[in-house]
Design a protein around this ligand. Structure first.
Ligand code: HEC
Length: 226
């Protein structure tokens, strides 16, 4: 090696300690940008939220993630494979790349942030370690084995109100507009016939009741005034 080349190599090594690679994004910074996606996407394989899991997304054809059944026709029919280029266009403006897709996201304007995010998506595991094991995505809480005050044993409906009886014995009234009925049929969902209540809103005046299956909703709710 000539002296010039050695100097050049040393310079490149010094530079790469600061910027990981020329033209490429910084995955650790990208992990933070992923916060814009985390409400809808998990990075765990097979864990689908509003959107499909993004584990192993790079290199895959659009609309083909196993186990995700809510793809739009637009995405399923799109002739797109996810690589750095297509992801960059998608993240900048999803509707421009594939019109009528169902990802309600305005896009990220800043090209540097997109490059960082793509670097992260290519290898989320490594940068998750670098950023302290934070995967960013929320995990749906397990609704198994809950405390008695989070388990519902009966629901009565009268006029404009639901009266929800808990396993603790307490009955709480809700205005019908403040109560939501949901289902979670996964292994994290409640056991059959053991719906869970999740309190929310200021002072817990709103709540969701989560059933193991939609059939249980009618079985549980009895129309009766006392
Ligand atoms: C409000 C929820 C939401 C947010 C926020 C969101 N997405 Fe999505 N995403 C979706 C949905 C829903 C789909 C499926 C769209 C369809 O089928 O038309 C999707 C699809 C995708 C796909 C295509 C998946 C496949 O299997 O082909 C990619 C890639 C993607 N999102 C990346 C991102 C990234 C990166 C971000 C953050 C910058 C993000 N999304 C933010 C909901 C969201």
């Amino acid at each position: 090696m000539t002296l010039e080349k050695i100097h050049y190599a040393a310079l490149m090594a010094a530079l790469s300690a600061v910027t990981p690679a020329f033209g490429a994004g910084d995955a650790a910074r990208g992990a933070k940008v992923f916060g814009a996606c985390a409400a809808c996407h998990s990075l765990r394989a097979g864990e689908h939220l509003t959107g499909p899991s993004l584990a192993g997304m790079v290199g895959r054809r659009a609309g083909t993630t196993d186990g995700f059944v809510r793809y739009s026709e637009a995405l399923r029919k799109a002739d797109v494979t996810w690589d750095e280029k297509s992801l960059d266009v998608w993240i900048a403006n999803p509707q421009k790349l594939i019109p009528d897709n169902l990802m309600t996201f305005r896009g990220i304007r800043d090209a540097g942030q997109r490059a960082d995010l793509i670097a992260f998506l290519k290898n989320p595991g490594a940068s998750a370690e670098a950023s302290g094991g934070m995967m960013g995505a929320p995990r749906l809480e397990s609704l198994r084995g809950l405390e008695p005050q989070a388990r519902v044993t009966a629901i009565r409906y009268c006029q404009d109100s639901y009266f929800v009886t808990l396993a603790s014995g307490r009955t709480i009234p809700f205005w019908e507009f403040n109560l939501r009925f949901k289902t979670n049929g996964t292994a994290d969902g409640p056991a059959p016939s053991k719906p869970a209540i999740l309190r929310a809103g200021m002072g817990g005046d709103r709540a969701s009741i989560v059933f193991a299956s939609p059939e249980e909703i009618n079985q549980f709710i009895k129309r009766r005034c006392e």
